[in-house]
Ligand binder design. Structure first.
Ligand code: SF4
Length: 375
């Protein structure tokens, strides 16, 4: 029997609007100025905590659109409602994933008061960042983002940088690594430029990308081992390898990882990128609306069963045919749909780079570390 959840990650879109216009952005509604209202916020936390799939410890991530274009009092209200509706045995950590251009001292006060963890989108050195992360009038945003970074650092607010890796990133791993370390940013995540939604191409599809990506990742891995720079993808790969070696099991990809809700209250139990997608075979990936529906009832719907069946078929294909299944678990359904046009399919650009190129680099590092008494 398939395992459902529990959901440990709740992604909430406070607004679809974004104040900038990155070249690789996949969000179709980023010019739409909608805002989540208080009754939807209430319904989200009421329904989430009432679900039998709610984990005992959850991360709430405000994301998908620029969260800081929403007013600060929206978050004061949401954090207070979350706290008052939260069952005593459920822990909640609030995260905001921001482009960093709107951080000011008042936001820092709110982040500190509510103990919010911050993810800030920063692609690396100025020339690299400004290639893609641009305003609607096509100006680079690096200087604005770095003001935000400095404010976070001055206020001792914990954050991690999220860097989109494009073909240009691969040209100089050392410059990429040294930029973050020299700015005192010691925790980063890599978001490999993917084909998603409106972003229908990637600079990483070129035939030379795998070789270049391998060189970049190998050098970044070695540099980060020496400097102590934490790279989320290396840590995840390490954990997956160790878990597989200890248990013989791969990561469990199941519905409810994560639970994703848009600013109108529409929700899906699949990846957040799928929430706005309409598909000839499945109709909508939105399985209901928290203002009208209970989350758990979604698992009885025909749409859920059709989507879930095809995701499971895709995972079965991976299990039968791919040597990386043990550390991958069958990949990201949204990548399969956007790249292959089907959920019941296998290899994507994401797994070619993220799994089949990166995992062997980390795996070799673990073996060398064990031989030399290190990690
Ligand atoms: S690496 Fe790709 S093909 Fe292999 S299990 Fe993962 S998603 Fe499937």
């Amino acid at each position: 029997m398939q395992h459902f959840g529990p959901f440990e990650l709740l992604v909430i879109q406070p607004t679809p609007f974004c104040n900038i216009d990155c070249r690789y952005c996949y969000l179709p509604d980023r010019t739409r100025k909608g805002l989540i209202d208080h009754s939807t916020v209430n319904a989200i936390f009421t329904k989430a905590f009432a679900s039998r799939h709610c984990a005992r410890s959850i991360c709430v991530v405000w994301h998908a659109g620029e969260p800081l274009v929403a007013p600060r009092d929206l978050y004061s209200y949401a954090f207070a409602r979350c706290e008052s509706l939260r069952p005593p045995d459920v822990n909640v950590t609030q995260y905001i994933q921001t482009n960093g251009t709107l951080i000011d001292p008042d936001w820092c006060t709110l982040f500190k008061e509510a103990n919010v963890r911050i993810g800030i989108s920063l692609d690396g050195p100025k020339e690299l960042h400004d290639l893609n992360r641009r305003t609607r009038s096509s100006c680079g945003t690096f200087d604005m983002v770095m003001k935000g970074v400095e404010l976070l650092q001055r206020n001792d607010i914990e954050f991690s940088a999220l860097a989109v890796v494009t073909s240009e990133t691969l040209t100089d791993a050392r410059a990429f690594h040294d930029f973050f370390v020299s700015r005192g940013i010691m925790s980063i995540a890599l978001n490999i430029e993917e084909i998603e939604h409106q972003h229908t191409t990637s600079t990483l599809t070129a035939p030379t990308s795998v070789r270049r990506f391998h060189g970049f990742i190998t050098e970044l891995y070695e540099l980060s081992q020496a400097s102590g720079l934490r790279v989320r993808e290396f840590e995840r790969a390490r954990n997956s390898i160790r878990y597989f070696l200890q248990t013989g099991n791969g990561p469990c990809i199941s519905p409810f990882y994560p639970l994703s809700i848009d600013y109108l209250g529409n929700f899906t139990v699949f990846a957040p990128e799928l929430l706005g997608v309409k598909h000839a075979r499945y109709g909508s990936f939105a399985l209901g609306n928290v203002n009208d529906d209970d989350l758990d009832d979604a698992l009885d719907s025909a749409a859920f069963h059709a989507i879930n069946r095809d995701i499971a078929l895709g995972m079965d294909m991976c299990r039968a045919n791919c040597g990386y299944f043990g550390v991958c678990g069958g990949g990201s359904p949204s990548n399969k749909l956007f790249e292959n046009g089907r959920l019941d399919s296998m290899e994507t650009l994401y797994c070619l780079l993220h799994i089949k190129t990166l995992v062997p680099v980390v795996s070799r590092g673990l073996v060398v570390g064990a031989q030399t008494g290190g990690q």
